[in-house]
Design a protein around this ligand. Structure first.
Ligand SMILES: Nc1ncnc2c1ncn2[C@@H]1O[C@H](COP(=O)(O)OP(=O)(O)O)[C@@H](O)[C@H]1O
Ligand SMILES: [Mg+2]
Length: 131
């Protein structure tokens, strides 16, 4: 059974002028629901490159990425932003919070982008916190 994260023969190259740097050279992996996975490797081995693709922040050069049944491999910025909003959460090493907003406003922001009214968005996270 394919995982909730399913990648097949994923490749990513960075181009600097004519120079191609192949970072991911055919990575295949399945991550199933409720699985915890650690990605380990020396500095420069491509962990961040792979995480950026898994988090839909970047696209592969070749190969397939199916996230929860959606083929996100060839999606462009707007569709990827939609998937990030609905399908995946990402905890960054740096917090990437908006400094002008309160903690609650920062947490509520993705709900507002998802179309929930500000009043409901500010209520909804509280419901989860009280559980
Ligand atoms: N935006 C980029 N442009 C060009 N090369 C990059 C870029 N990001 C990463 N690299 C190169 O890709 C390789 C893998 O980097 P990275 O994915 O950051 O590795 P890790 O997270 O495992 O340390 C490194 O050689 C790095 O210099
Ligand atoms: Mg890294």
């Amino acid at each position: 059974m394919p995982g909730i994260i399913h990648i097949e023969q994923l490749c990513k190259s960075y181009f600097m002028g004519q120079q191609e740097l192949q970072v991911l050279k055919g990575v295949s992996l399945d991550i199933h629901k409720n699985e915890y996975v650690s990605l380990m490797g020396p500095s420069g081995s491509g962990k961040s490159t792979l995480m950026n693709i898994l988090g839909c922040l970047d696209s592969p050069t070749a190969g397939t990425y199916i996230l929860n049944g959606h083929d996100v491999s060839k999606m462009h910025d707007n569709s990827l932003a939609e998937v990030r909003n609905k399908e995946i959460g990402f905890v960054f090493q740096q917090f990437n919070l908006l400094p002008r907003l309160t903690a609650l406003e920062n947490v509520a922001l993705p709900l507002i982008y998802a179309g929930v009214s500000k009043t409901n968005a500010m209520k909804k996270p509280c419901r989860y916190w009280k559980k």
